[in-house]
Design a protein around this ligand. Sequence first.
Ligand code: HPA
Length: 237
Amino acid sequence: MITTKETPHIKPNGVEIAETILLPGDPLRAKFIAETFLEDYQCFNEVRGMLGYTGTFKGKKISVMGTGMGPASMGIYSWELINVFGVKNLIRIGTCGAMQEDIELYDVIFGMGTATDSNYGHQFKLPGQFPLTASFDLLQKAKKIADEKGQKVHIGNILSSEIFYSADPNAMDNWRKMGILSVEMESVALYWNAIQARVNALCILTVSDHLITGEKTTTEERQKAFTKMMEIALELA
Ligand code: HPA
């Protein structure tokens, strides 16, 4: 949709934002994705360096924009994209730390549900627990695309944490015992905002480090590994 709307954080200057958007944490990755995979792309946001682009993939309109790190930043951008710009399908594409032994570096994970230590959802004043789940429709489509590509994926619960540098060295142990696949920091705000507004969200992750083995990927390797996940995400347009 062409829009004259703007927010304090997103000023599209008349450039369209598509109904489907890919959301990497890193704005430079958004730029890389636009330059590498999209045709006829235009930049729709530069505010705070949080680059956003709209173009086409296989003839279908798609946008891609950075979100920054953590629930606060993801909360702002996803809220505005949904409630001001009318975005309907929000697909986070990010990295995560693996928490189970059968998961390897570069594996792809779909966050079917997200557990959290964040208070982001307290604003909704619910008198109990609420299951933060991905859109079944997007999840099902993503699984089908992965199957067609012969791409192995892990699907299950992830942890969306507010804390990267924890004072507690055992902070992950109890989550791991509950079968959490991996940890990242943004899906909680994305899923809450999407659920509240009745739009679709999915978190697709590449394993960039392993919390059990201590293995890590290099920046260069991450860029390449990202491509596997990108190919699934772009087909969701
Ligand atoms: N913790 C939180 N977020 C992450 C990690 C991690 O270990 N790795 C990649 N994103």
